[in-house]
Design a binder for this molecule. Structure first.
Ligand code: B12
Ligand code: SF4
Length: 492
């Protein structure tokens, strides 16, 4: 069979260039299908860098943008028997709009898989253009579905798959998690846009699942979904990962590696064994992400020794109450500070993930987050606006309280805007805070009154349009010189 996979991405163009981080879920699906003799192709919208206004006009039916026209052209040329969209919540509306467009011209079944259908299956399957959805892990489910379609067999009982049958929906149960993830073939990077390799690197996963239960993350939903269906945390054998990296070096000439595991160092013993093997057999520089509370001196020294250049760690909120009780990240402040210090002392650059706009956030709690970043002084600062995803405890709270006010489909992504209007702080204040966040962290306190003035003006401008122009001016004109000034102050 011919299966066309679609990555309707609209938010991470620059990330693609920096890290070469690939949509591995799709590549695993492709590998499994091709191994069984099917043909796959990928349409990846990442290179189009879809902007907000083009998206808005497409969603309102006013225009058919280039990426949608190209998608129709490529669908026509590939002649798929099945189309699969891989969908995260922020790209759901775009995916639905594209599916509607496809259905106007082609009589081909469409299946949605990925995080969004997994956390919100009922809404997804209710869309007219969507014939099937896949909940959770997709390799075995999609292969079984495709094989059965191919052989003309009954597809009504494929586990993980929900199927429309007239006005009825067949809701099949979930199959156990794949326990031996070594049994999966390497992700099929052949279908990736060649631009993914421009950065000189690509991404790998050494295990699946995360043991923590942060209240804003899809993981806690997955843990519940899979209760009783096998071990949730699964690791690949070290040798298998090393073999895959070696194969990828040979095939794509990569010179650096990104590990996309959610928490790369959860299991210290295994991480150390892995790093030792990696150093001996690969030796390329790599980056990874993890939790501060898994880090100690021995671990960071081993990471550095193996070639780790950058580790990203979540601070998320600098306010102890928000972090520990609202975000459910039971991690004392001193552990966070220590983890960043240890990484720096080991010679590894650090990147901090922060999130503002969580329920009960106020100006004061944002100050706490700025302040902890000023203490930690990470090399890179990443600040996003909290997004209340379905299936998460915080998402449910926001929905129940009626705080979700703005349409999700019009968000560029969760860096620049939020769907929330919590009573404790306004959306405009959050957007202004996010934009000025790194300046507050990097600039000396004597400049903070100036930043306060920028923020005050931002919040008090009379219209959304003026605020948006002002925001762009600050980002384009001011950020560069201010950051230069900050560097000069630190390094005169
Ligand atoms: C690595 C990663 C990234 C990487 C790579 C992204 C990618 N597309 O793979 C980067 C950094 C680029 C990234 C970016 C973003 N990410 Co991200 N990311 C992850 C992370 C940590 C791991 C993903 C992964 O590779 N898992 C392993 C593979 C094997 O699993 P998988 O991708 O889920 O795919 C399996 C199934 O979902 C299913 N499946 C997937 N697609 C399809 C399609 C079909 C047809 C079928 C049948 C099945 C199927 O089968 C696959 C194989 O088993 C997850 C956390 C998590 N727990 O998933 C977050 C996560 C997916 N990301 C998330 C978000 C929000 C984003 C961004 C929107 C962030 C932003 N503001 O830019 C972007 C969107 C990018 C995009 N369009 O995918 C959220 C999604 C939440 C939600 N409710 O939708 C997650 C769940 C984290 C969270 N906050 O909870 N991300
Ligand atoms: S540690 Fe990261 S991946 Fe794990 S539950 Fe928390 S936010 Fe999700």
């Amino acid at each position: 069979m011919r299966i066309l996979l679609i990555h309707p991405n609209r938010s991470i163009g620059p990330v693609m260039n920096w890290y070469g981080e690939a949509p591995l879920g799709i590549l695993y699906l492709s590998a499994v299908l091709e191994k069984a003799g099917h043909l796959t192709d990928l349409i990846d919208l990442t290179p189009y860098l879809i902007n907000r206004s083009s998206l808005r006009s497409f969603l309102r039916g006013k225009t058919i943008p280039t990426y949608a026209r190209d998608l129709l052209e490529r669908t026509k040329a590939f002649k798929p028997d099945l189309i699969g969209f891989s969908v995260v919540s922020t790209h759901y509306s775009l995916s639905v709009a594209l599916s509607n467009l496809i259905k106007e011209s082609f009589d081909v079944p469409i299946i949605f898989g990925g995080s969004h259908p997994t956390v919100d299956p009922e809404e997804t399957i209710s869309e007219k253009a969507i014939d099937m959805i896949c909940i959770g892990e997709g390799e075995h489910a999609l292969l079984e579905l495709v094989t059965k379609i191919d052989e003309g067999k009954d597809i009504s009982q494929v586990k993980n798959i929900w199927i429309k049958e007239g006005s009825n929906v067949l809701r099949n149960p979930i199959r156990p998690l794949i326990q031996d993830i070594d049994s999966l073939p390497y992700p099929n990077r052949e279908i990736l846009d060649k631009r993914y390799f421009k950065s000189g690197g690509t991404s790998f996963i050494t295990g699946r699942g995360c043991p923590y239960q942060c209240s804003y993350c899809v993981n806690s939903h997955l843990q519940k979904l899979y209760r009783g269906l096998g071990k949730f945390i699964r690791y690949r054998s070290i040798q298998k990962v090393i073999d895959e990296i070696n194969y990828t070096i040979e095939r794509y000439k990569i010179r650096k590696v990104t590990f996309s595991d959610e928490t790369f160092t959860t299991n210290k013993k295994r991480t150390i064994e892995f790093c030792n093997a990696y150093k001996k057999e690969i030796g390329l520089p790599f980056i990874c992400q993890t939790r501060c509370d898994t880090v100690d001196r021995e671990l960071v020294t081993t990471l550095k020794d193996a070639g780790c250049e950058l580790v990203s760690m979540g601070i998320e909120s600098g306010n102890d109450f928000l972090r520990e009780h609202i975000l459910n990240r039971k991690m004392p402040r001193d552990k966070i500070i220590k983890a960043f210090r240890l990484a720096r002392e080991a010679g590894i650059s650090t990147n901090a993930f922060n999130m503002i706009g969580v329920p009960f956030e106020t100006e004061r709690t944002i100050d706490d987050t700025i302040n902890i970043n000023r203490v930690v002084t990470p090399d890179g600062i990443n600040c996003s606006l909290f997004m209340p995803f379905k299936g998460t405890r915080l998402g449910e709270l926001c929905e129940k309280k009626g705080w979700i006010k703005n349409p999700l489909e019009e968000l560029p992504d969760y860096y620049y805007d939020t769907v929330l209007e919590p009573p404790s702080i306004s959306r405009t204040e959050l957007i202004a805070h996010r934009s000025l966040f790194d300046l507050y962290v990097h600039l000396q306190e004597k400049y903070h009154p100036l930043l306060n003035l920028f923020k005050f003006l931002w919040v008090h401008l009379p219209s959304e349009q003026l605020r948006s122009i002002y925001g762009r001016l600050i980002n384009a004109g001011l950020r560069g010189p201010m950051l230069k000034l900050a560097k000069k102050e630190i390094n005169p």
